[in-house]
Design a binder for this molecule. Structure first.
Ligand SMILES: Cc1cc2nc3c(=O)[nH]c(=O)nc-3n(C[C@H](O)[C@H](O)[C@H](O)COP(=O)(O)OP(=O)(O)OC[C@H]3O[C@@H](n4cnc5c(N)ncnc54)[C@H](O)[C@@H]3O)c2cc1C
Length: 312
């Protein structure tokens, strides 16, 4: 519930950051890989912890809803947009701590939550630091990857996280270890909206630059051969289930290429829904419901969303 008027919100936001970092009625389609979504009432980009703390406190004291955005690659924003403030976390620092014992290969890398994984993976590779190759093609941020426990090729972010620093909804800072982050398949403690992830420390190791780059290139080729490229999407729409691969069932149900409005089940990978151009969230949601129903009718199986649906 918003108790303060728009001009008051703007005045408060100006105490935190410059007007260039504050946007009113910002179309979320500009900030999501689906290229779909109505406007956020307020869209704020913040680049340090102090400012993020001020914003969190503003939102909690004034009861303004706060939504945290990474790179927008796992979300579907509804057509009427998001009430309150969307925070784009722009923390991009990378701190490398090598083990002082020369015989040990361990390297601890502490990364700001807004850092894009694709960029980080390339920087680490150039510096001969191995361990993030599996995630090098995931188009989200470190914060989004921790929140989702993102994974690929048999590995998940939980396998390399040592600890994560976050600010809770009352403005207190915490650093929690891997176990306390309660990682599960595409899930972590952060799904309970406990706060804003600020940075994460990863357990990596020294490696050979050419081997790391070769591994990343192999993964990249695999992705290009199996996923829709050059067309807007938000990755896998549905989670894998314990006893079956959801995308396989969608394919077996003959749904590849099936569309509602401009939302289509990818002809390349049945697990992806693509935006053929100007699709609405309504199109995507109707398609999701249609797919769920068909899978239930044909296989008596229930399937669950991997993407997060937000807004109104
Ligand atoms: C082409 C394509 C391929 C993909 N391949 C994979 C894959 O192989 N494996 C995989 O796991 N995923 C994949 N994804 C999905 C997506 O990239 C991941 O889930 C990614 O981790 C989402 O990160 P993001 O920064 O984009 O998060 P967003 O989509 O911006 O947000 C996702 C959730 O994280 C929360 N969040 C983000 N940052 C923070 C923060 N700092 N603090 C608190 N909460 C935060 C948001 O509030 C939201 O709830 C793919 C997506 C696309 C488009």
């Amino acid at each position: 519930m918003i108790y303060i008027k728009n001009n008051e919100i703007y005045a408060e936001l100006l105490k935190i950051t410059s007007k260039d970092n504050i946007k009113k009625n910002e179309p979320m389609k500009y900030h999501t890989s689906f290229h779909i979504g109505g406007c956020a009432d307020w869209f704020v980009i913040l680049e340090n912890e102090e400012k993020i703390k001020k914003l969190v406190l503003l939102c909690s004291t004034k009861e303004i809803p706060l939504y945290i955005l990474g790179n927008g690659t796992n979300i579907l924003v509804k057509d009427n947009g998001i009430r309150g403030i969307v925070l784009k976390v722009n923390l991009n620092s990378v701190k490398v701590k090598e083990n002082e014992n020369e015989n040990e290969n361990n390297v601890e890398v502490t990364v700001g939550a807004g850092k894009k994984i694709t960029v980080l993976a390339k920087e680490l590779a150039k510096n001969g630091i191995s361990g993030l190759e599996f995630a090098s093609g995931i188009p989200g941020t470190i914060g989004g990857a921790v929140y989702m426990n993102a994974g690929a090729y048999g590995k998940e972010i939980k396998d390399i996280v040592i600890s994560t620093k976050y600010i809770d909804n009352n403005g207190s800072i915490h650093i929690i270890n891997n176990e306390k982050q309660k990682f599960e398949y595409r899930k972590s403690i952060f799904n309970s909206k406990i706060g804003v992830i600020l940075e994460t420390t990863l357990k990596l190791e020294k490696g050979k630059i050419d081997q790391i780059e070769k591994q990343m290139e192999d993964y990249s080729i695999k992705r290009k051969n199996s996923q829709p490229i050059g067309i807007a999407n938000a990755g896998s729409t549905f989670k894998r289930e314990k006893d079956f691969i959801t995308a396989k069932l969608i394919d077996e149900a003959g749904l590849k290429g099936f569309s509602i409005g401009n939302a289509e089940v990818s002809t390349v990978h049945a697990g992806f829904i693509v935006n053929k151009g100007e699709a609405t969230a309504k199109d995507v949601l109707e398609l999701i419901e249609y797919i769920k129903k068909q899978i239930y009718i044909k296989f008596k199986k229930e399937i669950h969303l991997e993407i997060e649906v937000i807004g109104e």
